[in-house]
Design a binder for this molecule. Sequence first.
Ligand code: NAP
Ligand code: MG
Length: 396
Amino acid sequence: MMKTPLVEMDGDEMTRILWQKIKDKLILPYVDLKTEYYDLGLKHRDETDDRVTVESAEATLKYGVAVKCATITPNAQRVEEYGLKQMWKSPNGTIRAILDGTVFRAPVVVKGISPCVRNWEKPITIARHAYGDVYKNTEYRVPGPGKAELCFTGEDGAETRQTIMQFEGPGILQGQHNTDRSIASFARSCFNYALSVKQDLWFSTKDTISKIYDHRFKDIFAELYETEFKPAFEAAGIEYFYTLIDDAVARVIRSRGGFIWALKNYDGDVMSDMIATAFGSLAMMTSVLVSPGGQFEYEAAHGTVTRHYYRYLKGEETSTNPVATIFAWTGALRKRGELDGLSDLQAFADRLEKATLATIEGGRMTKDLVSLYEGEATGLNSDAFLDAIAQTLESL
Ligand code: NAP
Ligand code: MG
């Protein structure tokens, strides 16, 4: 039984097909599901002038927990394919802007699919700051000799100027920024998330070289930890620690996993692809957006798996991996159970995850995993795999 509805954000293409099948086969038979449904499929976003995306994010602010299907971010080709009124923005970007959140990505770890790094026993979660730095930069191609300066004008008109470079010939120039406010909300999301999963939090930047910019990140984290989070971390038996990014990289490789690694925007972008690949497959990465206000939005890290969808439309069977989407549902149901004090709902989420892993560990999986699996494996299409999970679930 549920008390408060989940915010359900439906999506596009192959993942939309899987979405319905997951609900029908693995959730509706067991849970008295309550959701507030928002159709973020591209057609409906277009019909509502993308209001539906904003409304779904606002509902998440209200209820606290959402589960989202992968969605198309339109490009020129999609505008034509769907006859769109305009090239709507990325729904994830819109939702993130409203929730002001941080995205945490973690691999689903299965026995029989070993990470490339042999000593990694538990998942490593990447927390990527999703604002500013090189993603919101100002760039300039310097045509020839001249002076580049960094200039800031305060509201009172006071100006500070520093020479960046006295160019003797052509070159390049870039301006970056971040705000104390955004860094603090990133830090809060990281501390809250570490507490919610009871894992250590690591944070790393290049503060030895970037003595003001990166150092500010380090200081804001340290200050918030000391003034707000230290007692809770101590009570939970977890640790916050800061280290230079070079040192962090070495430690991550030698670690057993099982912690959260917080990173600046660019570092998180790059490192999350490395961690995902080293753990096995993008189809096994889950993702959760955590807002500083304590709202959670769960989803798979992969996209709508367009190539499979076009095969599906031709009537062909597909073997699309539903694991990350199943874990988005279980993450959301467990969190809802936690917030509403529903232990049965939490136990169901645990059981569904266990059934999914046990099915793979028993040698039944989608075809993308077969080549990664060390042992006898049968590659199933999506329907047969979901049925196999349902069968395992009945037996638990
Ligand atoms: P994608 O949907 O992640 O798929 C890329 C390729 O990865 C697939 O063709 C497939 O390889 C493999 N793959 C990914 N997920 C899989 C799964 N669950 N099971 C089996 N194989 C899987 O990325 P994309 O093709 O670049 O993007 C497609 C659409 O998704 C785009 O419109 C993009 O805007 C959107 N997108 C949405 C999100 C989101 O909503 N969070 C994120 C990323 C992309 P094979 O074809 O070789 O089997
Ligand atoms: Mg990337």
